[in-house]
Design a protein around this ligand. Sequence first.
Ligand code: URP
Ligand code: ZN
Ligand code: ZN
Ligand code: ZN
Length: 470
Amino acid sequence: MKKMIKNGVIVTATDQYAADLLIENGKIAKIGVQLDDAVDEVIDAKGNYLFPGGIDPHTHLDMPFGGTVTADDFETGTIAAAFGGTTTVIDFCLTNKGEALQNAIQAWHEKSKDKAVIDYGFHLMIGEVNDAVLAEIPAVIEREGITSFKVFMAYKNVFQADDATLFRTLLTAKEHGALVMVHAENGDVIDYLVSEALEKGHTEPIYHALTRPPEVEGEATGRAAALTGLANSQLYVVHVSCAEAANKIAEARQKGFQVWGETCPQYLLLDQNDLEKPDFEGAKYVWSPPLREKWNQDVLWDALKNGQLQTIGSDQCSFNFNGQKDLGKDDFTKIPNGGPIIEDRFSLLFSEGVKKGRISIHQFVDLVSTRSAKLFGLFPQKGTIAVGSDADLVIFDPDRERTISAETHHMNVDYSAFEGMKVTGEPISVLSRGEFVVRDGEFTGEPGRGQYMKRSRYNSAQARQATPVQ
Ligand code: URP
Ligand code: ZN
Ligand code: ZN
Ligand code: ZN
């Protein structure tokens, strides 16, 4: 089966040009001007951009949290991702202390195998480092192709690891060629602030934000960065929400440390006031780290523009307002953390970033796709439009308008944190390895067609290839 996409404008992290594109066996076989190969099907992309499929480096699908499980699993979550222009997700595989890592990985394979409609990989949570864990690491990297490890510095008594664990994970990652990811908030201090707030009878959603101030994120980010320098290792800070943390990353990079930062659309577009919405609606806006005072948004946009933050993740972690978020009706600590965003990550960044002149179109591609492919060992199979790369493509109309709403989104959740917001620029059709998974706005994929991606080791030269500025 050969397909030709004609008349589109190809946009990568570095280039923009009009060309035709030939797809054969799921790969990009040729790119050229006025190609005339015999094909089974010609797709006219006139007036549209062709972007490499988005890579979402941060999702939680079918994840247990706070006594409940995320509303979106690998089927609904990846269908929604595909509608939003994302063709690869890297999900966090949670582990349990005292249990073999392989058990957790197996559990994640079972959650995803017959469900994913696009390709996917796993990051692996490290909660402890001991002889058994160290003995498993080589197989995790070589056999499973899992080349990124996640350490939580928060969620005391749940996921939180201590500093020695973080440090040993950094050393191990350095030795084996993996990238360490951190959720950077000081969980011990948060635990104290939370108990103090509850003692005073403060139970409303806003106290979620007030008990996790920017200082605890900045402090943990700086600590993780310092330990990375000491270990001469490599670090990726997930969901950077505020100036304090962004500045610590910039400082570490100034010293030459390999420290990378991700932010998410929610931190660029929503703010702490949303947690004060009446009738418990603030619970829809409970993320960790929390939404911040609005001025932080400018700092984050500047950091994206200047290359001090390098990726956009969704941190997709959806819970229904009715029946899940309301577990915390009388106690903000029981509100499951996270929100539905996998579907809107790509369009929100295009609309609010490119259309509003905050970032260039090449930065956009780098942020939503290319840089994650380079950092997480998927490049050049994923993350770009080039001969030999997977034909993961988004046919994107830059002028089409849409109003975001839970009524029309494809996520399996009963609200949108961006309800009513207008975006300009939409994926029309989305191809995964040359197959349409969304065509002219209709889902044409198949649960289970998504393939598990074994990823390459962390490659610092590739990771550090210059971020486009213009
Ligand atoms: O609030 C969030 N971010 N929930 C998902 C879990 C995490 O910390 O990333
Ligand atoms: Zn986190
Ligand atoms: Zn997360
Ligand atoms: Zn189904």
